[in-house]
Design a protein around this ligand. Sequence first.
Ligand code: FAD
Length: 517
Amino acid sequence: LVTITRLIYTVGKTEQWKAPILTELDIDNISHKLHDDPEIIQMASRDYGHIVHEFPLAVFRPSSIDDIATLIKSSYNSFAPFGIAARGQGHSTHGQAMARDGVVVDMANLRKQRNGVAISVSKDPLMGHYADVGGEQLWIDVLHTTLKHGLAPVSWTDYLYLTVGGTLSNAGISGQSFRYGPQISNVHEMDVITGKGEFVTCSSQKNLELFHAVLGGLGQFGVIARARIALEPAPKRVKWVRLLYSDFFAFTKDQERLISINGRKQKNALDFLEGMLLMNQGPINNWRSSFFPLSDHPRISSLITEHSILYCLEVAKYYDEQTEINVDKEIQVLLQGLAYIPGFYYEKNVSYVEFLNRVRSGELKLQSQGLWDVPHPWLNLFIPKSQILDFNSRVFKDIVLKRNISSGPVLVYPTNRNKWDDRMSASIPDEEVFYTVGFLHSSGFDTWKAYDAQNSEILEFCRDAGIKVKQYLPNHSTQEDWTNHFGAKWIKFLERKHQFDPRMILSPGQKIFHKQL
Ligand code: FAD
């Protein structure tokens, strides 16, 4: 704390132009918001992964966006710039929101300060309805606030207790992405504090380079202070269906057929499509959702024993009072001719909020059992469609079954590349259709290394077999890996870093840039 405060005071005394860069008032205003009590430092050196621990010198608890701008300015203008990481919910798994020997900005504190005022809904003749949302806000609060206006965003993550700034720094994907694109495709405008401490409003019309850099930019170019999110009329209810397959080829063919109907306004399209593996390694109903009736568990279990892996296709269609009479028919038409195992069709009818917030009850249950704050050696991958069959036979059927340690959901679902904007920083495969595969492991504190070893084996296998995977929520530590990760976008990524965060201050926990200049 002493080091950071001294650096900040030095900046205040530096007269680069006529006036000091930071006034005494600026400095007084932020210095008492820096904390170094052991408990606070501990909090900032932990994340959902419980694998990486990087200790900051201080945690900054801002009460306003100006506070964050002042902090960044002080580092940028210092003779020894310090790393600064915005910490949303710290739901990363490999230290991405940490700042070793730097300052972690506790965005939850800003959320507390701006409680109830940082989400507002408006309408524009060109844009339609939108919500202006603080980057520190949680998606669950965005949902509840916009629903009061009968509106909601269209693109979600499976879990809603994540921050807007955190998911927009990655992409924000879920079963709606095939139709509406990831969350980053549904942002009209942002306010961003760059690595120079400048407050910039950007959109695809204004300061577009910064706009595209920040979306999927892993926190490298600026702190998202506000995002303008597209809204549409919210449905009331959801018809939610799961179908079981034993044949991966048939499963993926059906998934691909269903996501080929994907126009935003196309009435006969599904609203959500995902998929997952069912294996003997875990319970049939996992913590993320309980769906299959208990009475059916024995027959599902015996099918799993017979085939080793079952594939579960999951789809949903939204409806309200006006569309209620047609929804069953529409689902029937869409699912006609699918090659799932006859008799293994399950459906539920739930409210829209219950559907979107489906992971929460599992979280609360795990929390009550002390099983939420455990290591999460996750691996999330994007895989080109042309290589997904290989991936199934060599990874799911070989590596995963042989190691027999998988515990936690394994998601598999395709999406459409044309719903992404290639000018944004997010890195995805080149093919028109690509799959998301998420190994969402939970483990004990002494067993996570076995999962990590499995993850490494999968990545090594893909590299050797020429399967062109991209990591989502990437965890790389060498320049070579990052260069490969961004591929053709790497040069642009570097140029943008030099333009918006030339002293390499922001989100050092991503381990993309190692040296501060
Ligand atoms: P953090 O982990 O705190 O931060 C992530 C990165 O963003 C860091 O580099 C940080 O410095 C930076 N950052 C944070 N806030 C800002 C800001 N305001 N401006 C700029 N940079 C910022 N992801 C999906 O896409 N789809 C899912 O379905 C999904 N499900 C999940 C379920 C669970 C249970 C969990 C734990 C995670 C899930 N995720 C999912 C991953 C999630 O999107 C990432 O963890 C993401 O980073 C958001 O978490 P966070 O808000 O805690 O951000």
